[in-house]
Design a protein around this ligand. Structure first.
Ligand SMILES: Cc1cc2nc3c(=O)[nH]c(=O)nc-3n(C[C@H](O)[C@H](O)[C@H](O)COP(=O)(O)O)c2cc1C
Length: 195
């Protein structure tokens, strides 16, 4: 089973990327036979979607996402919102998320991190048909929890236990959703823009 962790910050040395590294190491520990990749929006510098654009310029990135059975979205709170580069993913690659589960981790260096979770749930699922897990995690004061080396540094395991729980559920959902994608109704693929 393949999982992909999307680091939603386009900033260099972003906390979201450090969190993604940490989550990748946790996934490897929880599920040694699984395959986990990181899709780092700071490294990839994807073009802003334009109508009629040459989509072959992003075909490699599309394939990486298409290969995944499930996703973690590590989404920083910027001006109380999801960064535009994360929304852009749904314009560039909407179909790759179809009938796949995703676990959202909202990130803030302060006491934020909640708004991105609500925004992802409210506005990204309709045409993409992504399925967000009912559980998500707010990682506020992130620099006191995950180091720049992607290590868990908080004194208490409070956040570690919550992140592990989210990852474990993501693994189980990802296994189960393979069956949904292989069903007749999913293959018929009617109502491309939702019901
Ligand atoms: C443009 C911008 C706007 C931000 N707005 C917020 C905000 O509204 N709420 C908040 O808690 N943190 C805000 N932050 C701080 C982020 O929480 C902080 O950068 C954190 O490290 C997560 O983002 P990163 O992954 O880009 O590092 C903002 C950061 C940037 C760059």
């Amino acid at each position: 089973m393949k999982l992909c962790i999307i680091s939603g910050s386009t900033r260099e040395d972003a906390a979201s990327c450090h969190v993604a590294e940490y989550l990748k190491s946790q996934l490897t520990e929880i599920s040694p036979n699984g395959e986990t990749s990181i899709f780092d929006l700071a490294q990839l510098e994807l073009p802003l979607w334009q109508e009629g654009m040459d989509e072959t310029v992003v075909s490699e990135q599309k394939q990486q996402l298409a290969n995944a059975d499930g996703f973690v979205f590590v989404v920083p709170e910027w001006h109380g919102m999801v960064p535009p580069a994360v929304k852009n993913l749904f314009f560039l690659f909407g179909n790759v998320f179809k009938h796949k589960p995703a676990y959202i981790v909202g990130v803030s260096s302060g006491t934020g991190g909640r708004y991105p979770i609500v925004e992802m749930r409210a506005s990204t699922y309709k045409n993409s048909m992504i399925n967000y897990l009912p559980i998500s995690t707010v990682l506020d004061k992130v620099n006191t929890v995950i180091s720049k080396q992607g290590e868990y540094i908080a004194e208490k395991d409070f956040m570690k236990r919550r992140l592990d729980e989210g990852l474990r559920f993501l693994i189980e959902y990802s296994k189960a959703f393979i069956q949904i994608r292989e069903s007749e109704i999913a293959k018929e693929s009617r109502f491309a823009n939702g019901l």
